[in-house]
Write a protein that binds this ligand. Structure first.
Ligand code: OAD
Length: 279
């Protein structure tokens, strides 16, 4: 379907003063050079074994081998530190500044690029956490805090230095700190991952834009399910077929746009601007 149809849905929603929600995934950051979660670059070797992200990003692995899990996160942090927001991130920051409280961003990305591009923390729910934050692994203090300065990004296969080990201790109890990210063997919650806020947002959403996500995790599926059951409109943006694009097409309640998110989101940001200037 054409981007023009998607822009029309957005324009109509803005004119009705309907709530617009954008749900992003790793595909939105792919054009900033960050590998998508399921790409082959995500693998990690410990000893003679290759580990998949779904084994590394777990409490079970952290409890067994915190040093290897941290080395992997410091490698990923290095990739994200080098990355800059792309035109897709910029478009979403511009949409928020145009639409204000009509706009909410829900992101699965932990790379901080939406915030760097200018989206506000108050209207952005980072439902899988943020790679640049940490919290006490044993929960002696529950609040996330910025990753300690002085940690050095790791190359593949490189382990922690003594300085890293020292930095990765909790300032309150002296035990390990952990990345402030949701692991595969953990559950969503409101306190750290805005679970209830994301579901409440879905309930009042009149147009949901999903961008660059394969739809593999549960909360995004709940969000899409709620919007769909409530008869809300949807625009899916992805370079490939995916479950959300199929749903949009089958339900006839929206448009699936097969384009890179940088291109499609920039078009939609332009449409938002025009919609408001024509009010
Ligand atoms: P995936 O890696 O599963 O999917 C990325 C999606 O982006 C795919 O559908 C690609 O086709 C699409 N894509 C790639 N480049 C694109 C581009 N330039 N423009 C538009 N689409 C593009 O990533 P997510 O769906 O984000 O969770 O994965 C969801 C979650 O699964 C992650 O947050 C992570 C992972 O397990 C946790 O760590 C809890």
């Amino acid at each position: 379907m054409s981007i023009a149809s998607a822009a029309r849905l957005l324009t109509e929603t803005i004119h009705r003063q309907g709530a617009v929600t954008v749900l992003t995934g790793a595909g939105v950051s792919a054009e900033s050079g960050i590998p998508t979660f399921r790409g082959s670059e995500g693998f990690w070797t410990i000893g003679s074994r290759e580990y998949h992200p779904q084994e590394m990003a777990t409490w079970t692995m952290f409890a067994k081998d915190p040093e290897s899990v941290w080395a992997w996160y410091l490698y990923r942090m290095g990739l994200c530190q080098q990355a800059q927001p792309n035109a897709g991130h910029d478009a979403l920051a511009s949409m928020e500044s145009i639409l204000g409280d009509q706009f909410t961003l829900i992101t699965q990305n932990v790379d901080n690029l939406h915030i760097l591009a200018g989206n506000s923390l108050s209207r952005t729910f980072q439902i899988h956490g943020n790679l640049f934050q940490a919290r006490c692994a044993s929960g002696c203090r529950d609040d996330p805090f910025p990753l300690p300065s002085g940690l050095s990004p790791k190359k593949k296969g490189e382990m922690l230095s003594d300085r890293d080990r020292k930095s990765l201790t909790c300032p309150s109890c002296g035990g390990w700190i952990r990345p402030h990210v949701l692991w595969f063997d953990e559950s969503y919650n409101q306190r750290h991952y805005h679970f209830n806020s994301a579901l409440e947002t879905a309930q009042r959403t009149q147009l949901l834009i999903t961008a660059g996500t394969s739809g593999a995790t549960t909360l995004p599926n709940h969000i899409v399910g709620i919007v769909n059951r409530n008869g809300g409109l949807m625009i899916d943006i992805n370079v490939a077929d995916n479950t959300f694009a199929s749903l949009v097409t089958q339900s006839k309640l929206g448009v699936a746009v097969q384009k890179p998110s940088s291109v499609a989101l920039a078009e939609l940001a332009r449409a938002s601007k025009m919609a408001l200037s024509n009010l």
